[in-house]
Design a protein around this ligand. Sequence first.
Ligand code: 17E
Ligand code: FE2
Length: 414
Amino acid sequence: MIVKNARLRNRAGLWQLRIVNGRFEQIAEQAALQPNTNDPAILDAEGKLLLPPFVEPHIHLDCVYTAGEPSWNQSGTLFEGIALWEKRKKTLTHEDVKTRAIKALRQQLSYGVQFVRSHVDVTDPTLTALRAMLEVRKEVRDFVELQLVAFPQDGILSFENGEQLLEESLKLGADCVGGIPHYEFTREYGVESVKKVMALACKYDKLVDIHCDEIDDGQSRFLETVAAEAFRLGIGERVTASHTVAMHYYNNAYAYKLFRLLKLAGMNFVACPTENVHLQGRFDPFPKRRGVTRVKELMENDINVCIAQDSIMDPWYPIGTGNPLRELDMCIHICQIMGYDEMLRSLDLVTDNGAKTMRVTDRYGIEEGKPANFILLDAESPFDVIKNLPPVLCSVRNGKVLMKKTPVKTEYCV
Ligand code: 17E
Ligand code: FE2
């Protein structure tokens, strides 16, 4: 396949890409826009922007499309979400989980996502969701690379057999170890749970992705334990802290001290802008705090940070589409990332930085020799993407077209 008339990020002009055996064989500058042809071996980008696929580094696919079952979250808090999920979890079946998860993954595909990390609740003696998601991971592999996090929603020390279930999940094939220290019964349990997560990751050679400090409590400081352990064990690049909303609330002297450790640890961050602007601040009078972690400051300190959806219609978040550009739009507003250069750089939040978090960079990026994974956007520049949130017109993986989209056309009648 040849892709012609393409624009690329951070490279001026027009480009032609030759794909052989599913890889980018040659990426060459093209003198001028070439005329249309009907050759099926040629994908004509018509001067539009090619990007590596979007990355969705944090979603709960076992929970998607369950909002309202058995009832809707009225308070909009994390805690009501967990209580509702506890009820819905009792009715899970293998097929139920698979059907909803695959529906969400296909919807994500329509928005240009090809790499997904999903948390899966393993505080369930039957591990129904995990067993289903392990099958899903295999069944979808032609169109998406799916990583699974064994996520102990109700805690590791605060749930019966929490630790055994977590370990069993790793043996069954989960890719990452999860945790939820801020939800454990005590601070001490929280610290201990982080240490257990890290030890399991080392024992089974897995990645780590911890729900960390997702609470409007400036005293919730499990991130320092995660970072110190990651640093001590020398595994920072394999470790991700998700949400970290309490960091929004830390006093600035403490945050300054913490950032030094975060840089030393070399770990990754995932912020969930729509989710946490919705869930957080619910106990605040006016003014209400935003509850999204310090994305801009992490970027400014060269600490790897990416953004994610977290939910599509689940007990925590009643809407959602799976479109990473919606997250990006919310993120640059909430975190005030709207200086011109910052805005352009913010595209990293849904692309390269997510790939780094998922540790898939060897198969990610538009470069000669790498697998031909890319998306074509209805935009001519990165600025257009930020401003217009354009549709993804085409998604290609290993040189194979996965999805094509025809944009809606407006006909002016006046
Ligand atoms: N579970 C949790 O602890 N936090 C969330 N934001 C979601 C599930 C979606
Ligand atoms: Fe989450």
